[in-house]
Design a protein around this ligand. Structure first.
Ligand SMILES: Nc1ncnc2c1ncn2[C@@H]1O[C@H](COP(=O)(O)OP(=O)(O)OP(=O)(O)O)[C@@H](O)[C@H]1O
Length: 489
């Protein structure tokens, strides 16, 4: 019988001895991981792992130590997810690490967001089917899960400049903040990046708190929701988890689109949603995708997102951008004339985050150099620093062309399925830039890359985001390509 992984790759033969490769989800996943992960990394971290046992819905994998566990969490979690999704597997992974419990607790106390799906998805130990979630928590870990709303007090309605592009979303949020749980439940805010969704989400929480000081407001990103849930499943803390999320007056969930493909997270969120909804507690979620278009989420959840009110935010027009700039300059005490604000708004055409960045840089430069903020200065900063962001016609095609030239490959290679690093890295970088420098959705980008699935694009974007932070080479390539993109006319 042919083995999937030869012994020289560092793998023991235990899997192939005990499991029929045709039946083992772990071996299927491992085979796919081999194609997604660099050979030396695969040999070092993945090849030695064996599945101890598996059933129809669970695979138990043993990890040699905490280091291996942390490395897998940090570097390969997306690849695991991706493989599971592409293979259509419905299994949960349970990772057993020798003597992990105390170490993992320490990791969680420091930053639960580093914990993720590789922790157990096992719900067997989920306690108490009908618990009282209003009871006070007892243990230190339980207390770490108590409410702390983490609201940004700067993100208020007063600091939000409304205009035609966000008027409906702004009014909806105000209405919800005035009467939480009464009219529009859930409120679903969607729009592209940097247009103020998070700002409005916090504004709702801040306003509710202003009127009702002891209101329990919980703000969470969907990613953190998932990480906390996984931790709690692993360490039998689901009571605490549910107590936190089902016992609040307003639940604010940012970037809900990231639960795409995360089955267990979706299920838990579904029950959280129901519990809050039935108790007439307000739920507000944000997404950069319309609910109908979020890939890989259960229909019952998608439907619920549409029960209440859906409000979109569009990019601000020129007058609105000027108003935002003037407002921000005023609040920051930056002397900005209408004339210069118009110049900046005309050239920094991207989202509001781009506008803010432009203003910050111009103001900092003027303060440090002791010069007035005029058109000449603004023009210099926008050219030098922002590369005139937004005035260029950057498309998926222009990105592909520049990336291909930069890496000396053909555009056809970027659209191909070639898995060699020489092609896969440029392809992933081109996907990443297409997501960040155009308004294209994941499916649109996939279509532009030879009909790739949206999950492939999502995986690429996330991978490059991470690589950019820890790999100076990747960062340098991206910066060089961005400079070329900024020179487009
Ligand atoms: N209309 C507005 N008035 C004032 N500030 C705004 C407005 N819109 C956005 N901003 C500011 O722009 C920045 C980006 O906004 P925010 O983080 O809310 O965007 P987002 O839509 O949640 O983006 P992402 O999807 O990337 O999370 C924030 O500093 C926010 O205060």
């Amino acid at each position: 019988m042919q083995t999937l992984f030869p012994p020289e790759s560092g793998e023991s033969n235990e899997s192939s001895k005990n499991l029929d490769p045709k039946q083992s989800p772990w071996l299927k996943i491992k085979q796919q991981l081999k194609e997604l992960i660099e050979p030396d990394e695969f040999d070092k971290w993945i090849a030695p792992l064996d599945s101890k046992s598996h059933s129809d819905d669970e695979v138990v994998i043993s990890l040699p130590d905490m280091t291996s566990y942390q490395v897998i969490l940090d570097r390969f979690i997306d690849q695991f997810d991706y493989c599971k999704a592409t293979l259509g597997l419905q299994v949960f992974f349970r990772f057993e690490i020798e003597g992990t419990e105390s170490t993992a607790s320490e990791v969680f106390e420091d930053d639960s967001s580093t914990l993720n799906e590789l922790l157990s998805h096992n719900e067997v130990s989920d306690p108490d089917p009908q618990p009282d979630y209003t009871r006070e928590p007892s243990s230190p870990v339980s207390r770490a899960l108590t409410h702390h709303s983490q609201l940004n007090t700067e993100y208020t309605f007063q600091n939000f400049v409304n205009g035609p592009s966000n008027q409906f979303a702004h009014a909806s949020c105000l209405a919800v903040a005035d009467a939480p749980g009464q009219h529009y439940n859930p409120l679903f805010l969607y729009g592209s990046t940097g247009l103020g969704k998070t700002h409005l989400l916090h504004a709702v929480g801040n306003k509710v708190l202003k009127v009702k000081e002891n209101a329990v407001i919980t703000y969470i990103t969907s990613e953190r929701f998932m990480n906390e849930m996984i931790y709690c499943l692993r360490f039998n803390k689901m009571w605490d988890f549910r107590r936190k999320y089902r016992n609040c007056d307003v639940l604010l969930v940012d970037d809900i689109q990231f639960i795409s493909g995360k089955e267990r997270t979706q299920e838990e969120f579904f029950h959280t949603f129901n519990a809050l909804y039935e108790a007439k507690k307000q739920i507000v979620v944000t997404s950069d995708i319309f609910p109908q278009d979020i890939p890989d989420i259960e229909d019952r959840l998608r439907n619920r997102f549409q029960w209440g009110l859906i409000a979109d935010i569009q990019p601000p027009d020129i007058e609105h951008r000027v108003a935002i700039l003037m407002n921000k300059a005023d609040k920051q005490g930056v002397p900005l004339s209408q004339h210069v604000a118009e110049y900046i708004a005309n050239h920094a055409k991207g989202n509001v985050r781009v506008l803010e960045g432009a203003l910050r840089r111009v103001a900092a430069f003027a303060a440090l150099q002791g010069v007035p903020i005029d058109i000449e200065l603004a023009s210099q900063i926008l050219q030098d620093v922002l590369g005139d962001t937004g005035t260029k016609n950057i498309t998926i095609e222009s990105i592909q062309k520049i990336v291909a030239e930069h890496f000396k490959v053909r555009v056809a290679d970027l659209k191909s399925k070639k898995r060699q690093r020489a092609f896969s890295i440029p392809r992933q970088i081109a996907m990443f830039l297409s997501r960040n420098r155009t308004q294209s959705s994941f499916p649109e980008i996939g279509a532009g890359f030879g009909g790739k699935d949206h999950t492939t694009v999502m995986h690429a974007v996330k991978k490059i985001e991470q690589d950019k932070k820890r790999d100076i080479e990747v960062k340098t390539h991206i910066e060089a390509i961005e400079r070329k993109l900024d020179q487009l006319h």
